[in-house]
Design a protein around this ligand. Structure first.
Ligand code: PEP
Length: 248
């Protein structure tokens, strides 16, 4: 796929009806119903959405994937094979809310990445620092430590999403200089530590909105956007996808 990738993260929002309505609005619009646009929906709605999206171009993503690969006694878990079975193209891995509320660490995240890749699902590894880490100046070390698991993955496709925790759902957006700095850092780290790294796409996430999407997406080394709140509104998401679509 060439061009920018935009994935809407619905988080723990929507119900059956509202998920269907939102997907219908995205399907009806050529700016959102196209290659390079995805939606990360709640797990319980993935199968129904996969049916609804059939024949369109919107990619389906999960918001997580189990660190356990094999079927078995792992109550509450959804495996990578199950996600592939219902038609997920992507799986978010290590979103900051998962790291914060579910204490996901590098060992678990590496297992999730490997399971997704083995099942043919493209994992989207989310990295990013807290406000405290940003203000203390430790943010590059934090991101480097989160990226480290990529050096353990021999091959397979994946995406990285840089999402400063202090910019997620807060309305605070990283400045274009901050975004450019960290995206260059991630790109260089990948070039030095990961094979095939020239193909790794790095998304920006954190209060991306209709108003700021174009400038963020035009920033050097930004390969697309991971969009939370604004992806729940078809009109806002459309504008973000339209901005991305113009940049091939
Ligand atoms: C996210 O959930 O990944 C995110 C970036 O959220 P928001 O766009 O609402 O900040």
């Amino acid at each position: 796929m060439s061009g920018k990738l935009v994935i809407g993260n619905w988080k723990m929002n929507t119900r059956g009806d509202s998920a269907r309505q939102l997907a219908a609005a995205l399907l009806a619009d050529g700016e959102t119903n196209r290659e390079g646009v995805g939606i990360a929906a709640p797990a319980v709605y993935l199968a129904a959405l996969a049916e609804q999206l059939k024949g369109g171009n919107i990619a389906l993503s999960s918001q997580d994937v189990s660190r356990f690969a094999a079927d078995g006694a792992f109550t509450g878990e959804v495996s990578a094979a199950m996600l592939a079975d219902v038609g997920c193209r992507y799986a978010l891995v290590g979103h900051s809310e998962r790291r914060q509320y579910f204490r996901e660490d590098n060992a678990a995240l590496l297992a999730k990445m490997r399971n997704a890749i083995a099942a043919g699902v493209v994992p989207v590894l989310c990295v990013g620092e807290t406000l405290e880490q940003r203000e203390s100046g430790a943010y590059l070390d934090v991101v480097r430590e989160q990226l480290a698991i990529l050096a353990e993955i021999a091959d397979g496709e994946y995406v990285v999403a840089y999402e400063p925790v202090w910019a997620i759902g807060t309305g605070k957006v990283a400045s274009l200089e901050q975004i450019a700095e960290i995206h260059a850092f991630i790109k260089n780290w990948c070039l030095q530590n990961v094979s095939g790294s020239d193909k790794i796409r790095v998304l920006y996430g954190g209060s991306v909105k209709a108003e700021n999407a174009e400038a963020i997406l035009a920033t050097e080394n930004v390969g697309g956007a991971l969009v939370g709140g604004a992806s729940l509104d078809a009109g806002s998401f459309r504008v973000i996808c339209q901005a991305a679509g113009k940049m091939i």
